[in-house]
Write a protein that binds this ligand. Structure first.
Ligand code: NAD
Length: 437
């Protein structure tokens, strides 16, 4: 890909479209509004709090990322979304129980105005929930066209100059890539014939991309990870990225595992289990949805540890992931990891991690960063898969035949170097020989 010759300014409003007005998206919107009102800090957001070093360590140039690249400002964000339930964003946030009532009260008037559009939903893909706010149509193609109409309406009524979609809907049942996903033409035919391998999230992706709207996928669903949508993204000059927000346990894995590998410590096994009680947890009780999540969570260690290169250290590793729906915990998940490592002469050791985390508190700033960076990519003329946004995902999308980078530190370097590259700054290699000449 060529370096952007020029980045269009972030002029006007940026409309954020969210399929799924649940825990993550309402926590994201409430947070943006609280920050805009000066009542909270955007902790966890690289676009809002992060800096980027430019030039040599002795140059003392470390501007805020949002001053270095032209990102949309929070004041210019507006929001819309779809859900199978009719609750407005305030009711949905209250129901999700992530934010305390005092915080929610401060943004009640704002959240109450955000009402979900009717969803394109298929119960076969999310078996454990059902709702009344659903589109009707002869086939999946008609539903996708209705989503396109929604997008056009939002564009008009919000007077946004640009839009970005971020899937924050439930995890769908596992779908294997099939021939119907291979080209845009076959994909349309499959929508028309109601093919079972066309998931609702793909309809939103198709509608977005063919409307020229960039799309990020926060769930582990295939969605934009199929050739048909990727070809359309190229054809329509649209940026896409995914999949599955990297929060909680997988975030910890991609922080710890690179450390073990860097020090050539062996790994015999890694057992991860979680309890969580939010709607996401409820949906994941269904084996089909869990399989989608499990695939996404399991691949991380294989790629980071590269057992094919280090068979003595990682060749026999046993990796298991369990998720248990346990309503009393709500959104406050607890994740336990038992890590069996070995050191010098093969002597065994154990590490136990007990992470009492808050799922949506970790996910909300990722939605914000993804929306702002995708909009930046779009204004820079960068189309197709945005691998530099791997930092945010459990299963980063890559070009065909390329293995994904899961190591959080490589991902962070890749992201920042991409920003430097976009702006024509020198890339940072950490060689540092020049300091000793
Ligand atoms: N830390 C995290 O919270 C985290 C991390 C990684 C991935 N995710 C993923 O993000 C997504 C959202 O998580 P959440 O905790 O907000 O879940 P949630 O259950 O609170 O919200 C999802 C919402 O999507 C709606 N929905 C389902 N199918 C839909 C459709 N076809 N169209 C429109 N709306 C639809 C549901 O009604 C629900 O309100 C899930 O897929 C989850 O797996 C979350």
């Amino acid at each position: 890909m060529e370096k952007p010759s020029k980045i269009a300014p972030a002029k006007g409003k940026l409309g954020v479209l969210l399929p799924g007005l649940g825990a993550v998206s309402t926590t994201f919107m409430a947070g943006v509004e609280l920050v805009r009102k000066g009542k909270a800090q955007p902790v966890g957001s690289l676009t809002q709090m992060g800096t980027i070093r430019l030039g040599k360590r002795t140059d003392a140039r470390s501007p805020l990322i949002r001053k270095f690249v032209p990102l949309a400002e929070l004041k210019d964000l507006s929001f819309g979304g779809w859900d199978i339930f009719k609750d407005n964003a305030y009711q949905s946030a209250a129901n999700a129980g992530v934010l305390n009532p005092q915080d929610l009260e401060k943004v009640k008037p704002f959240l109450s105005t955000i009402k979900p559009m009717k969803a394109a939903f298929d119960h076969d893909f999310v078996k454990l929930i059902d709702g009344p706010n659903i589109k009707k149509g002869k086939n999946k193609y008609e539903l996708a066209l209705q989503i396109k109409e929604d997008i056009a309406n939002v564009r008009k009524t919000s007077r946004a100059s640009r839009l970005v979609t971020c899937w924050c809907g439930s995890t769908e049942s596992f779908v294997k890539p099939e021939d119907v996903h291979s080209t845009p033409e076959k994909f349309i035919e499959a929508m028309k014939s109601n093919h079972p391998a066309i998931a609702p999230s793909m309809l939103y992706a198709w509608a977005s991309v063919t409307s020229g709207v960039p799309f990020a996928n926060g769930a582990p669903n295939l969605t934009v990870d199929i050739p048909a949508i990727q070809k359309l993204a190229h054809g329509h000059n649209v940026a896409i990225c995914g999949k599955d927000f990297k929060t909680g346990q997988t975030l910890m894995k991609t922080i710890l595992a690179p450390g073990f590998k860097a020090r050539m410590l062996g790994l015999e096994g890694w057992f991860s289990t979680n309890i969580l009680g939010n709607r996401d947890g409820e949906v994941l009780e269904d084996p089909g949805s869990f399989k989608t999540k499990e695939e996404s969570k399991l691949s991380v260690l294989e790629y980071i540890l590269q057992p094919q290169l280090y068979p003595q250290l990682y060749g026999k590793m046993c990796h298991k992931v369990r998720i248990n729906y346990y309503p009393p915990r709500g959104d406050n998940k607890e994740g336990w990891d038992n890590i069996d490592i070995f050191g010098w002469l093969g002597y065994p050791m154990q590490i136990k991690v007990d992470f009492l985390c808050r799922d949506s508190i970790l996910a909300a700033p990722l939605v914000l960063d993804l929306v702002l960076f995708l909009d930046l990519a779009q204004r820079s003329g960068m189309r197709g898969i945005q691998e530099w946004l791997s930092f945010y995902f459990k299963s980063p999308m890559t070009a065909l035949g390329l293995y994904p980078e899961h190591d959080l530190f490589i991902q962070s370097m890749k992201l920042k170097n991409t920003l430097r590259w976009m702006k024509g700054e020198e890339l940072i290699t950490h060689l540092g020989q020049e300091y000793y000449d």
